[in-house]
Each structure stands twice: as structure tokens, then as C-alpha cells.
Design a protein around this ligand. Structure first.
Ligand code: SF4
Ligand code: SF4
Length: 436
């Protein structure tokens, strides 16, 4: 297969070397886990347990009847201590189930379909929902919905996202090295659900060992592995589809409109574990890095583990932290407290120093056009900051603001350090409010 590339993008220092060769360490489950009931795109879930209940590991503890929803499971065996509003990493507060771990690690009975080749598409999708599987790449879109595209959008190709283009992060990289067969088996299940033969895994060239590992695991399966020239934000769905298949997803449309479904490699592995082993999505690989961390690591942790415990496990110099970020430095979410938990969308935790955040005061725009050159969505980012300063929110729509994928490439390249990302995020919220 040929590599086609995509327009725009930037080359920030990748800072992956700190953890790229570090084998994933399994961190013991904490004494208390905090499970927010809004970890996915869609409706918040309703608790199925109450304070005082005992729960088993893997037991479903929250669900919803809403279409856009999934499920959540207890990552430990123990006792429900509280159900309350607590701060969580996606801003604001969420209803949260607090469970005291009894340390016994007792699993509940696990429903699975070992002979998935003979199962129906409907049964497989139902089980994927029951296992609480969402997109692992950060967006946390319910997987059973993504794998069931509209009937008027025939799918011919599955693209697996192994790009992991965000600096610092190595959680997908390590998974591709350490458990490639889980990814391959998950891809086979997805292909069966979609009823297609074509699948290609896109991996950036700065992960040569992962490319070799996946090529070996895919031998004889018909699944292709395509090395991609390293460039941020290649992991964006539309950019990946363009780079791998040379197809343009039109403005306002989904990948299914060009016959493609994109899944993260970690999601494929979660599908294998959910369907064949019966394990719900209760743990994650998280890269913990940044110059305030004494020993950067890749950790396998249960969902609900407070960030403070990950930082302590790796050794942290708290006085050096300028910014704590969940995810990568380009698209991650700044955190105001360590007392929030790992959720399904957590791929990284960065404790960045002043040297790394490199904040300088914004200057006037010099109309250099660099932000336009690097925008992978063909947008005009400088206009967003201009209109935001004037408060002309309703005019943002004519510059296709809603197509922005919030990759941060424009802000990264801007020599005047214009607050482009802030203008975009606030502008989107204002536009949504105006349209209501
Ligand atoms: S305008 Fe949006 S999509 Fe374009 S570079 Fe900026 S953040 Fe990325
Ligand atoms: S990159 Fe910055 S200075 Fe250059 S046009 Fe864009 S906003 Fe203005």
C-alpha cells in the first residue's frame, strides 16, 4: 500500500524517548477507586448499585437506556462507600461511584463469546456495549455505535489508528509491542461485524519496533501494516484516512461517508478481551512523563485510580510542575488537581515544567499566515482570534469553525503566540449556544 500523506501539520519535539523502550508495569489497584459515570461521549449513566453494596471485579455498576451510552464496571472487588458529585478530568463535576477495594481481586462471572466466528453481528455489538468499550484514543465514542454505521454508508475498509502522534505518549506503542495478537484478534472480530475484508494499520515511522511487531503478528491474516511519515496530527481520523487511503471526508461528515471505519489499536485489543475473554474495559495503559517526573513510565492501571497515585508511583517533584495534563501536550486537558481519576480516555499523564510549557506573552498578529499553512482542516485560524477579540461570535460560522479538530497546530506554530486554541474552544461553545 502507498502512503499518501495529508495537508498541513507540524513537527513538535516528540519526547517519546523517555518511555518508548520501557515495558509496561502493572500498578497495584489503589485502596479507593473513583468511577465517574460520564466517561464517554453521550448520556451520563445511572448507578446500578447503592452505598453499602458489595461489588465484584468486572461487575456492571452503571448503565443507561439512552441510545448514545455504554456501561461501566467495577475495577476491583469491594464495597460502595459513596455516590456523589466529584471533580473529574473532563472539566467540572460528574456523579461518581467511590469503591473501597477489599484487596481480594474477586471477579464476577464473565459473559463471553469464545466462538465469535459463529456469532451474529447483533450479538457481538450487544456484548461490546455490555463490556463498556469506547474509543481508547481519547474521544471515548461508544464502540458498538461506531461499528454499526448507517445503512446508506457501505463500508469497505477498516483503518486502525496506531499513529500515536501526540508527543510523549507511548501507551499504544507499548501495546503494539507487548500484545500484538490481542490487536489482530480484535481486528478480525471488527471485520466480521462490518462484513469486510480490508483492514490496514497506520503506524508512524518513529515507532519502528511497533511496526515490526505488528507486521509479524499480521502475517498470513491479510491485514496490512502501513508505515506513515511522522507528522502531527496524523492520528486525527480525517488526516489518517487521507494519509492511508487518499480519501477526503467532506466537511460535517463522518468517515463512514467515504466507506471507512477508524478504530484505535487499543480499542481493537479491548474488543478481543471483551468478546473472547469476557473482560470489561476496566484498565488502561497510561504513559506518565514530563520533566517533573523522576522516573517516567508506562503503567497499566485500573480505571478510577487517582492521578496522585500515578505521580507518586513514578516519583514526582511537585514544586517543579507548571502544568499537569491528561493526554498529550497538544490536545490534552490541563488539570487543576491531582485528585481526579484515570478514566477510559486517559492515555497519558504529563507533569510538565516551565521549560516544557514554554509560555510567552501573546503579541499582535503579524499576518504571517503560518497558522493557515499548518491547519490540516484547511481553516483560517487567525480569523478566530480576531473575531473572538471583537466578540463577533456569530461570524465564526462562516469560517467553518466547527470543522476544527482542536489539534493545536496553529497555536504551536504561531510566532506571536496568539491565543488561538482558547479562541477556538470558546468560539465553538458560543456558536453552539447561539444555534440552540
Ligand atoms: S484551526 Fe483547528 S484544526 Fe486548524 S490547526 Fe488550529 S486547532 Fe488545528
Ligand atoms: S501564525 Fe500567528 S501571527 Fe501568523 S497569521 Fe497566524 S495568528 Fe497571525
Amino acid at each position: 500500500m502507498k502512503f499518501f500523506g495529508f495537508r498541513g501539520g507540524v513537527h513538535p519535539p516528540d519526547n517519546k524517548v523517555q518511555t518508548a523502550t520501557k515495558a509496561t508495569e502493572k500498578m497495584a489497584s489503589p485502596k479507593m477507586v473513583y468511577i465517574p459515570l460520564q466517561q464517554h461521549i453521550g448520556a451520563p449513566l445511572d448507578p446500578l448499585v447503592k452505598v453499602g453494596d458489595t461489588v465484584l471485579k468486572g461487575q456492571k455498576i452503571a448503565d443507561s437506556t439512552a441510545f448514545m451510552s455504554t456501561t461501566i464496571h467495577s475495577p476491583v472487588s469491594g464495597t460502595v462507600k459513596k455516590i456523589e458529585q466529584r471533580v473529574f478530568p473532563l472539566m467540572g463535576k460528574a456523579n461518581t461511584i467511590v469503591i473501597e477495594n477489599d484487596g481480594r481481586d474477586e471477579w464476577c462471572e464473565l459473559e463471553k463469546i469464545e466462538n465469535w466466528q459463529e456469532a451474529s453481528k447483533e450479538d457481538l455489538l450487544k456484548l461490546i456495549r455490555e463490556k463498556g468499550i469506547v474509543g481508547i484514543g481519547g474521544a471515548s465514542f461508544p464502540t458498538h455505535i461506531k461499528l454499526n454505521p448507517p445503512k446508506d454508508c457501505p463500508i469497505d475498509t477498516l483503518v486502525l489508528n496506531g499513529a500515536e502522534c501526540e508527543p510523549y505518549l507511548n501507551s499504544d506503542n507499548r501495546l503494539m509491542l507487548e500484545d500484538p495478537m490481542a490487536i489482530v484478534e480484535g481486528i478480525k472480530i471488527i471485520k466480521k461485524i462490518l462484513g469486510i475484508d480490508n483492514a490496514v494499520i497506520g503506524i508512524e515511522e518513529n515507532k519502528p519496533l511497533a511496526i515490526a511487531s505488528m507486521k509479524k503478528a499480521c502475517e498470513g491474516t491479510g491485514i496490512e501494516v502501513l508505515p506513515l511519515h511522522t507528522k502531527y496530527p496524523q492520528g486525527g481520523e480525517k488526516q489518517l484516512i487521507k494519509a492511508v487511503l487518499d480519501r477526503e471526508v467532506p466537511s460535517g461528515k463522518l468517515p463512514a461517508s467515504v466507506g471507512v471505519v477508524v478504530q484505535n489499536t487499543g480499542t481493537a485489543a479491548a474488543i478481543y478481551r471483551g468478546v473472547v475473554l469476557g473482560q470489561p474495559l476496566i484498565e488502561k495503559i497510561v504513559t506518565v512523563s514530563g520533566k517533573a517526573i523522576k522516573e517516567p513510565k508506562n503503567l497499566k492501571v485500573v480505571i478510577g485510580t487517582p492521578f496522585s497515585e500515578l505521580l507518586d508511583y513514578c516519583g514526582v517533584e511537585r514544586e517543579k510542575i507548571d502544568k499537569l495534563v491528561m493526554g498529550g501536550p497538544m490536545m490534552g486537558m490541563a488539570q487543576f488537581t491531582e485528585e481526579v481519576p484515570v478514566i477510559k480516555g486517559t492515555g497519558g499523564l504529563l507533569a510538565l515544567t516551565k521549560e516544557e510549557t514554554n509560555y510567552t506573552k501573546p503579541q499582535a498578529c503579524i499576518s504571517c499566515g503560518k497558522c493557515v499553512d499548518v491547519c490540516p482542516m484547511h481553516l483560517v485560524p487567525f480569523m478566530y482570534a480576531r473575531l473572538a477579540v471583537k466578540g463577533e461570535w456569530e461570524n465564526l460560522g462562516q469560517y467553518n469553525l466547527m470543522d476544527c479538530i482542536e489539534c493545536g497546530s496553529c497555536a504551536y506554530i504561531c510566532p506571536a503566540n496568539r491565543p488561538l486554541t482558547e479562541a477556538i474552544k470558546i468560539g465553538k461553545a458560543k456558536l453552539r449556544a447561539i444555534k440552540k
